[in-house]
Structure formats: structure tokens, C-alpha cells
Design a protein around this ligand. Structure first.
Ligand code: MTE
Ligand code: MO
Length: 266
């Protein structure tokens, strides 16, 4: 961090801020909470630890934020490096399925998008050979697989569900995606968006899901198409997918861009 380039504002605070660290820490509480969410630390970070890690003036909100984002990106790289592309998420038996399954979105259930399956087209773009759109019959004609896995939401609940659909690797191969690209991005019908590292996109349990239980996805659970990623937290499982793109530029995500750790692997 460039503690060597203080702004005029920080120099002014330096000279006058003789408050105890506890009060300075209180000023930065929202940023520290965001950092804790990114790093999933249970213990509190002290002002001293943060200052030491960053070598950064703790009175400058701008540079504090830059340090926190830099630490989160570093954390993404470590998690990506630790990710075992062959390790499977636990699977469960049919009698362990959670009923009723919880709904979650950034809006209430009655606002879930109402999509007409007969006119629905999935868009494909970016680093792929075949950019044709897909309708639901074409997606159902691809090989399908079923899984009973646990969905874990960062808000503090988890539930076991059954999903069926196209192994995402099969889909990426079918569209001639550049499998050496770094990211796959998702745009949803409700303005939600998210993205995955390519290793997770190619993981054997990552699924382009059409069915929940033994029926098409209900509106609240992502009709007509969602991504099921049992190796990631729930917010990295986009529902109501409208477009998929392959890219080398990190597309971020709805919660990711508000401070939730981007990798969020389990
Ligand atoms: N399109 C869309 N996808 C989304 C969300 C959303 O608000 N919109 N919320 C995410 C979050 S935080 C969770 S926990 C899961 C909830 O999925 P469920 O309703 O099937 O339990 O969807 C994820 N995918
Ligand atoms: Mo969530």
C-alpha cells in the first residue's frame, strides 16, 4: 500500500488525531466488518493488525478500502490455489432433502421474475466458438445428471435439495468455450449477476440446472435455468440465468461487488 503518498486530508488528520485506537477502530467498523466477511475471520482484527498488514494510514478511508480490497483479491488467489478440482461436495439421500426448501433473493418471493419458457433463449458470448442462443428443448436434449447436495447461504442457513440438469462442463465444451480462460460470467433476468473461476465451472458437480426435485424449477428457485455449484456459497448459484459469457476479466457479482468474498469456496 502506498502509505508513502498521503493525501492532504490524511496529513491533516495525522497531526490532530490523538484519539485512542479504540475510537479510530470504531470509525472504520463498517470496513472492518466487510473485511471479516471477505476473509471469513471469526475473531476481530485489531487496528494494530490492520495497520501492520497494510502499512497504511488508518485515518484515510480511501486507502483503508484499497487495502481491504487488495487483501480480498489476495485471498481469492489463495483459495483458487487451494481448490481441489476433483474433490466432491458431500451428497445426501432422498430422505434428507429439506422440505420446504428456503427461498432467498435480494427481493421478496412474490417479486421473482415470471419468465415464459416458450420464448426463453439463453444467450452465449465472449470466448466461445459457437454463440448461438439455446432454447429449453435444446438444453434438455443435452446429457443430464442429478444431485442431492447442500446449499449453504452466507446469511446463516443451509438446506439439502435435489437438482437435475446439464453438467456445466458438458455445456462449455458444447459451445466451444475457451477452457483456458479465467472466468465464466452470468447475467440473470432479475438484474442479479455473478461469476466463477474456470476450475469451479469445470468441476464435475457444477450443473446448469433445469429441474428442482422431479419438476422444472419453480419461479422462486430460478425458472427456467440456474447454476448449481455445491462447492460454493449460495450467492454464487445464480438463478434465472439469461446470459453466459466466458472472459479473462473478472465480471464480479451482485454481492461480490458489495464486499462478499469473490471466491467463496467451501
Ligand atoms: N437471480 C438471482 N440468483 C440468486 C439470488 C438472487 O437474488 N437472484 N440470490 C442468491 C442467494 S444469496 C441465495 S442463498 C440463493 C437462494 O436460492 P434458493 O431461493 O433456491 O434457496 O440464490 C442465489 N442466486
Ligand atoms: Mo444467500
Amino acid at each position: 500500500m502506498s502509505a508513502s503518498k498521503p493525501t492532504r486530508a490524511t496529513r491533516a488528520t495525522d497531526a490532530t488525531d490523538t484519539r485512542p485506537a479504540r475510537l479510530v477502530l470504531a470509525d472504520h467498523q463498517p470496513q472492518i466488518e466487510r473485511l471479516q466477511r471477505r476473509l471469513f475471520l471469526r475473531s476481530s482484527l485489531s487496528i494494530g493488525a490492520l495497520a501492520m498488514l497494510s502499512g497504511c494510514n488508518m485515518q484515510d478511508n480511501d486507502s483503508v478500502d484499497k487495502v481491504l480490497w487488495a487483501m480480498s483479491r489476495w485471498n481469492d488467489r489463495v483459495q483458487a490455489w487451494l481448490f481441489d478440482r476433483n474433490k466432491l461436495a458431500p451428497t445426501y439421500s432422498a430422505r434428507e432433502i429439506t422440505d420446504p426448501f428456503p427461498f432467498n433473493a435480494f427481493y421478496p418471493e412474490f417479486d421473482a421474475p415470471d419468465i415464459d419458457g416458450s420464448t426463453y433463449r439463453l444467450e452465449v458470448s465472449g470466448l466461445v466458438a459457437d454463440k448461438r442462443t439455446w432454447n429449453l428443448d435444446q438444453l434438455r436434449a443435452l446429457p443430464q445428471a442429478s444431485q442431492i447436495t447442500r446449499h449453504i447461504c452466507i446469511e446463516g442457513w443451509s438446506a439439502i435439495g435435489q437438482w437435475r440438469g446439464v453438467p456445466f462442463r458438458t455445456f462449455l465444451e458444447r459451445i466451444g468455450a475457451d477452457l483456458n480462460a479465467r472466468y465464466v460470467g452470468f447475467k440473470c433476468a432479475d438484474r442479479y449477476y455473478s461469476s466463477l473461476d474456470m476450475a469451479t465451472a469445470l468441476h464435475p458437480q457444477t450443473q446448469l440446472t433445469l429441474d428442482f426435485g422431479n419438476a422444472p424449477l419453480p419461479a422462486k428457485y430460478g425458472y427456467p435455468l440456474k447454476l448449481r455449484v455445491p462447492t460454493k456459497l449460495g450467492f454464487k448459484n445464480p438463478k434465472h440465468i439469461a446470459a453466459i459469457f466466458v472472459t479473462n476479466t473478472n465480471p464480479g457479482g451482485y454481492w461480490e461487488d458489495q464486499g462478499y468474498n469473490w471466491f467463496s469456496g467451501l
